[in-house]
Design a protein around this ligand. Structure first.
Ligand code: GLN
Length: 535
């Protein structure tokens, strides 16, 4: 292998077609043939990163090991490829412009007029190639966010055009479009795809491979028609129809030999073996599972399941490894109260209390946790969920009615969750939380140790507030133990009530570190408890 190969994935017609899943699936197939692959996402919006975005805008904010607040598609890349991503895997227009403007202020452009072409496009191209230039990867797949035709996407498509010219066979473009089914006419329609490809061609990019997103499998003549109108080989018109699980997408792309076509088009031998054994075993478990584990996710963004994407996927992975189907119920924390708690939580096998920010919906989280604690239901609190476990315990077991987090009540009389020292004087909101992977030392006689089977672990974080160590003794004496501690700062990372079957909260986010072939140990342990107790 000499040159790094660059594959671009663009999208047309509408958003939400699943470009991230197609990029991750293609990456999976190349990886399963023995190649080293990384996937990156270029987002045309002007935010520096999605960290400051409301989850209703773009779903979950994913966090990389190196502490970057990233687009949720990076979560898909990690779950599919089982390798970590980093800050370099997610670039936004905001960062591109910031870099260019910083250079301009330093005088780096030597008096030239700074323009979209070539200065912005050069910066986009430089960023596209950063990971490739490390020499660590055979393939760099770049997903371009947004839809072709958007004003914001133009500099990115122009950069792809230039790179295709410069890189020749080492560059390939996959375009994902939508083929709708018009029920009244009983027909599928290819016109939106034709128009979308024309738009791309007008911008100087001819796609090599088309992936058609459809509801149902398309007849072959439709693919032939699209090939004819779009200057694409017939076998390079691939379809991606709706499937019961996103994890099946690599399999249907492989059936259509998408990986082979990519290799051939890039002048590489398609003879390597495609090894998807572990992946297929997972799918097999998923399909043959007969029993169901029912988990309730208590949070305030439940209208938009993407807001908790990594938690949903971690639960699904763990349930699959326990040979159970997952029935995941989203429970709106704003609507949960003492009156309806039995009705809403009574038949659950386990309860997850979600991460989050701010006061809205917090009371419902306390109601859920009180119910779980008093009725000994497996309960898993993540980040804000863990902080709520601490507050609920303080109020209802220690009898400290005034206990709260200073996030919710800055003048609380008992600040059991308080702002971290280094957070106290920050003025910038973006990228300033405690972010990324930190060490955590686990006490041996704990559920956390049973899960990880290790005294030293590393998990990712995204928070400003922490357990207040001043009160640790009182908590421990009444039955809530701190079983995971950061060895450098003494920050509490895990709390448990050992007396209960499984009642555990983590200040970190284990959901960012759970993949199809390597599910997170805490999710595995939680689902095991849920299955054993009530399954
Ligand atoms: N709002 C809490 C904090 O900042 C928890 C954050 C989270 O759940 N990610 O500490």
């Amino acid at each position: 292998m000499t040159d790094t190969k660059y594959i671009f994935v663009t999208g047309g017609v509408v958003s939400s077609l699943g470009k991230g899943i197609v990029a991750a699936s293609l990456g999976k197939l190349l990886q399963a043939r023995g190649y080293k692959v990384t996937i990156q996402k270029f987002d045309p919006y002007i935010n520096i990163d999605p960290g400051t975005l409301n989850p209703y805008e773009h779903g979950e904010c994913y966090v990389t090991e190196d502490g970057h607040e990233a687009d949720l598609d990076l979560g898909h890349y990690e779950r599919f490829l089982n390798i970590p991503t980093s800050k370099a895997n997610n670039i936004t227009t905001g960062r591109i412009y910031q870099n260019v403007i910083d250079k301009e202020r330093k005088g780096d452009f030597l008096g030239k007029t700074v323009q979209v072409v070539p200065h912005i496009t050069d910066e986009i191209k430089r960023n596209i190639m950063i990971l490739g230039k490390t020499g660590k990867y055979d393939f760099v797949i770049t997903e371009i966010g947004g839809t072709v035709g958007d004003i914001e996407s133009l500099p990115y498509i122009e950069s792809v055009r230039q790179l295709r010219w410069e890189l020749g066979k080492n560059c390939l473009c996959v375009h994902l479009t939508y083929v709708p089914y018009i029920a009244a006419a009983k027909e599928v329609k290819t016109k939106p795809t034709q128009h979308s490809v024309k738009l791309l061609q007008e911008q100087g990019v001819q796609p090599n491979i088309l992936v058609l997103r459809t509801e149902k499998e398309l007849p072959r003549n439709i693919c032939r028609k699209v090939a004819l109108f779009c200057n694409v080989d017939e076998d390079a018109v691939i379809q991606s129809y709706d499937l019961p699980s996103i994890y099946k997408v690599p399999v249907i792309l492989a059936e259509q030999e998408m990986d082979k076509i990519v290799l051939q088009k890039m002048g590489m031998s398609p003879d390597s073996q495609l090894n998807l054994t572990r992946w297929k075993k997972f799918l097999d478990n998923m399909e043959t599972a007969e029993k169901t584990v029912t988990i309730g996710l208590v949070g305030k963004y439940v209208e938009l399941p993407d807001a908790y994407k990594s938690i949903n996927e971690s639960l699904l992975q763990a349930a699959t490894y326990h040979k159970h189907k997952l029935d995941l119920r989203f429970i709106h924390s704003e609507k949960l109260n003492e009156q309806n708690v039995v009705e809403l939580l009574g038949d659950l096998d386990g309860i997850v209390v979600a991460p989050g920010f701010g006061q809205r919906g917090i009371e419902g989280k306390f109601v859920a946790l009180k119910y779980a604690r008093e009725n000994d239901r497996p309960a898993f609190g993540i980040c804000l969920g863990m902080q709520c476990m601490v507050i609920e315990f303080a109020r209802n077991v220690l009898g400290w009615a005034g206990a709260n987090s200073t996030e919710m009540e800055p003048n609380a009389s008992l600040r059991v969750i308080d702002l971290m020292e280094e957070q106290k004087h920050l003025t910038f909101m973006g990228g300033s939380m405690r972010l990324g992977a930190y060490d955590c030392r686990i006490k041996k006689d704990s559920k956390a140790y049973d899960a990880y089977k290790s005294e030293l672990i590393r998990e990712r974080h995204r928070h400003r507030y922490e357990f207040n160590n001043e009160y640790k003794k009182q908590f421990e004496s009444k039955g809530m133990r701190c079983t995971g501690i950061n060895p450098d700062t003494s920050l509490v990372e895990v709390v448990e009530i050992p007396e209960l079957k499984w009642y555990l909260g983590t200040q970190f986010h284990p959901e960012y570190n759970s993949t199809v072939v390597s599910p997170n140990p805490l999710f595995m342990s939680f689902i095991k408890a849920a299955v054993e107790n009530y399954g």
